[in-house]
Every structure is written in C-alpha cells, then in structure tokens.
Design a protein around this ligand. Structure first.
Ligand SMILES: C[C@@]1(CC(=O)O)c2cc3[nH]c(cc4nc(cc5[nH]c(cc(n2)[C@H]1CCC(=O)O)[C@@](C)(CC(=O)O)[C@@H]5CCC(=O)O)C(CC(=O)O)=C4CCC(=O)O)c(CCC(=O)O)c3CC(=O)O
Ligand SMILES: NC(=O)C1=CN([C@@H]2O[C@H](COP(=O)(O)OP(=O)(O)OC[C@H]3O[C@@H](n4cnc5c(N)ncnc54)[C@H](O)[C@@H]3O)[C@@H](O)[C@H]2O)C=CC1
Length: 209
C-alpha cells in the first residue's frame, strides 16, 4: 500500500472544499466536528452546515480560497474546475474525492467511541465495504471497553508519578487489565471503586519499596 494512517491536527486547520454536494457536505461536517475552519465553493449549503460554522463562497473565488487554505478538498462534479483547483493547489495538502491518487490525503471512514477513534481504509478498492465494516466494528465495541480506557488512563498517570521504569509501568498496566476484581467492578460500573483498587495496588507497592 502506498498510503499509511497518520493523524492530522484539525483544530483551527483551514479547509477549503470545492463542491457543495453529498461528498463535500460529508467532508465539511467531519472537519467542522474536529475543530477545523471550513469554507466551501459551490451553489448552496444546508442550514446545518452553516449553523456549524461553514461559509459558502462562489466558485469565482477559488484562487483566494486556495491561497487562504491549509488543506484543499476537491469534491465537485465539475471536472474542469476540479483540475484547475488541483493545479493551483500544488503547494497545499490535497484530498481529491474523484481521483484519490492525484491527491496526498485520504479521508477514511472513521468513528469515535469515547476517546478511541477507529478508521478503515480499503486502499480505494471499496468505499462501500469500508462503510459496512465501519458499522460492523462500531457494533462490537462496548461500554466496558470505554471504561477500561478510562481506567488505563488513570493508571498511566499514577504510574508516571510513582514508577520510573517504563517496563515496570507496562507490567502494572497488564496486571491491572487482567485483574479479575477490577474486571468485575467495570461490569458493575463501579469505576470509583475500581480506581481505589488500582490506587492501592500501585501506591501499596510504592510504600513497600
Ligand atoms: C479512496 C477514497 C478517497 C477519498 O475520498 O478520500 C474514496 C473514493 C471514492 N469513493 C467513491 C464512491 C463511494 N464512496 C462511498 C462512501 C464513502 N467513501 C469514503 C472514502 C473514500 N472514498 C476514500 C477511501 C475509501 C476506501 O478505500 O476505504 C468514505 C469511506 C468516507 C467518507 O467519505 O467520509 C465513505 C463512507 C462513509 C461511511 O462510513 O458512512 C460510497 C458509498 C455510499 O455513497 O453509500 C460510494 C459509492 C459506492 C462505491 O463506489 O463503493 C468514488 C466514486 C467511484 C465512481 O465514480 O464510481 C471514489 C473515487 C474513486 O474511487 O475513484
Ligand atoms: N470520495 C468519495 O467518497 C466519493 C467521491 N465521489 C466523487 O466525488 C465527486 C462529487 O460527488 P458527490 O458529492 O456525490 O456529487 P453531487 O452530485 O452530490 O455534488 C457534486 C457537486 O459538484 C457540483 N457540480 C456538478 N456538476 C457541475 C458542473 N458541471 N459545473 C459546476 N458544478 C458542478 C455540484 O453543484 C455539487 O456541488 C464526483 O466526482 C464523484 O465521482 C462520489 C461519491 C463518493
């Protein structure tokens, strides 16, 4: 595969989207939900998008919009205009919804559950299947997994305070993950009690040393 997964910092990222159709709208929502500033060029945008902060411009303004942007998303059915925008975006990051290989960013399907983000990419082979796999994976992640992440986060902070060696910290994290008492507390949603058990486990050892 010529592509690899990386995370792009989207807070305050300036995103220019060419097009206002189905794909453009989906991309705009995604970037806005992740803190970006989004401007679109095309005919019209729906109320939800403008409420979320998206701004609509005319396609006559594409030169200025490209200049302004950090990332250009090309999602228009107008091939000539798309090629023109691609041409003037050579020094920008580009996502081309119509010819992905001519751009340098892929927008994969992704979803968040708590602090986890899961993305799926089929290397351009089947966006439809990426969508189906997303739905299937979404359905198997449980509330217990989210709580486990919260407890791991809590444990990691404590360990950084009390245990200086990384390998020892890792051993603790596996011990906590496998601890049956903690697993039971997660199942019964007693997170504060689970945290106390973790605190005792770590700090108890620390006191002994
Ligand atoms: C490569 C990629 C590049 C990029 O856009 O960055 C790309 C490219 C193309 N998609 C096309 C078509 C469709 N795309 C979807 C849906 C999604 N497309 C998404 C991503 C991507 N699409 C990138 C990575 C994909 C990967 O490989 O995994 C998703 C996952 C994410 C998102 O868009 O948010 C989103 C699902 C969101 C969700 O989870 O719900 C459907 C299904 C539907 O509409 O229901 C169809 C019709 C069915 C079909 O074609 O499969 C065409 C036109 C082909 C043509 O002309 O026929 C191209 C261009 C081409 O292939 O040349
Ligand atoms: N990457 C992806 O996930 C997908 C990519 N695509 C590709 O992305 C492009 C856009 O797809 P959709 O948003 O589904 O289409 P759409 O029909 O919903 O929207 C197309 C956009 O292009 C504009 N447009 C279309 N023809 C035009 C013309 N002749 N002159 C000026 N403006 C024109 C429309 O006003 C609209 O803003 C297409 O080229 C399609 O092949 C399509 C589906 C999914």
């Amino acid at each position: 595969m010529d592509w690899t997964a990386l995370y792009l910092k989207t807070s305050a990222l300036k995103v220019f989207i060419l097009g206002t159709g189905e794909v453009a709208t989906r991309r705009a929502n995604k970037f806005l939900n992740h803190g970006a500033i989004v401007k679109l060029a095309g005919n019209s945008i729906n109320e939800e998008l403008s409420k979320n902060g998206a701004e609509l411009y005319s396609t006559d303004d594409v030169d200025d919009l490209v200049d302004w942007s950090d990332l250009v998303v090309i999602a228009s059915g107008d091939r000539k205009l798309s090629d023109y925008v691609a041409d003037i975006s050579k020094d920008k990051l580009v996502n081309r919804a119509d010819f992905p290989d001519n751009g340098d960013i892929i927008v994969p399907t992704s979803f968040n559950i708590g602090d986890i983000e899961i993305s799926i990419f089929t290397n351009g082979k089947s966006p439809l299947m990426a969508k189906q796999l997303r739905k299937r994976i979404q359905s198997i992640i449980t509330e217990d997994d989210i709580l486990e992440i919260e407890l791991q986060d809590y444990s990691r902070s404590l360990l950084k305070e009390y245990v200086s060696n990384q390998k020892d910290r890792r051993d603790y994290l596996y011990e906590i993950f496998e601890n049956e008492e903690i697993q039971e507390l997660i199942k019964s949603r007693k997170i504060d009690e689970a945290k106390s058990v973790i605190f005792e486990l770590i700090q108890g050892d620390f006191d002994d040393t």
